[in-house]
Design a protein around this ligand. Structure first.
Ligand code: KMH
Ligand code: ZN
Length: 273
């Protein structure tokens, strides 16, 4: 019997804009509302970025604090995961501004890569620094893997004591510059995971729901939401990440998997109850 599936909602990233979809949340209030809506639709965890009110990416602690406070004030008990990736071009200390009180997980991006037409910088010393900060704050690392070699970096971190269980692996496939979102690629990555092998898959763009269906079949967890994909189906914009979460819930049921509650997600992720 496969584990319950943790559905993570990535409600806004650093790249999508209101010019692409009017449903992209910007202010802390809008982002918090998107997170709560996604939780109500069945997400057990939310992956969070922040924006300035004009839409520019922000890693300001004050923005993250406001988002987390609003989410909890709404009675939402979803697992709260803050991005340390931020946006391409940000400095490392700026990126770490997101790790505020109340966060439970933080992302750990496992390598430098082309990210569209830009370069997402994550040198090995910087990765070690982020891992140390997560450990100091008592946060579980969500290891973001965009390409196959990043799994070797994961193994290196583990072998050198920079990272230890509990940690979680997030395969983000389909970023232009990273590994494509194909079944062959996901199977290859899953086979290469070190133990304990807890993983989620996120497909970028139109691959999102297809990759979610595949991850469900392979026993993994899924991430959906506007950070990675704006469309519910061809030409139909999702009116929020909650619509994509609702679709992921249907796909889970079709695959014979039960959506995890936040309490179940915390148990699976090794987080405090
Ligand atoms: N915005 C991307 C450059 C993360 O959240 O840690 C990085 C990102 C990863 O979104
Ligand atoms: Zn992100």
């Amino acid at each position: 019997m496969a584990d319950p599936v943790i559905i993570t909602a990535a409600v806004v990233g650093a790249e999508v804009t209101r010019a692409q979809s009017p449903h992209v949340p910007y202010t802390p209030a809008e982002i918090a509302q998107a997170a709560v809506d996604a939780w109500r639709a069945g997400a057990a965890a939310v992956h969070l970025h922040a924006r300035w009110p004009d839409g520019r990416p922000s890693q300001e602690a004050a923005h993250f604090r406001e988002i987390l406070d609003r989410v909890r004030a709404a009675g939402c008990d979803a697992v709260l995961q803050c991005s340390t990736g931020g946006a391409v071009g940000m400095g490392l200390e700026e990126r770490l501004g997101s790790l505020v009180e109340g966060a439970e997980m933080g992302t750990l991006n496992l390598g430098t890569m082309n990210f569209g037409d830009e370069v997402f910088l994550n040198s090995r010393p910087d990765i070690v620094r982020v891992a140390a900060r997560l450990r100091e704050r008592g946060l579980v690392a969500e290891c973001e893997v965009y390409d196959a070699g990043m799994l070797d970096t994961l193994r290196w971190l583990l072998a050198h004591g920079h990272l230890a269980a509990p940690y979680h692996v997030q395969f983000v496939l389909g970023v232009p510059g990273g590994l494509g979102a194909s079944e062959r690629n996901l199977r290859f990555l899953v086979e290469g995971l070190p133990e304990p092998a807890h993983w989620t898959a996120a497909g970028v763009g139109r691959a999102q729901l297809e990759l979610a269906a595949l991850a469900l079949r392979l026993g993994g967890h899924v991430r959906v939401g506007l950070e990675d994909n704006l469309y519910l189906s061809k030409g139909v914009l999702a009116r929020g990440s909650h619509e994509l979460v609702a679709r992921a819930v249907e796909l889970a049921r079709d695959a014979g998997r039960t959506p995890a509650t936040p309490a179940e997600a915390r148990r699976l992720l090794g987080l405090a109850p």
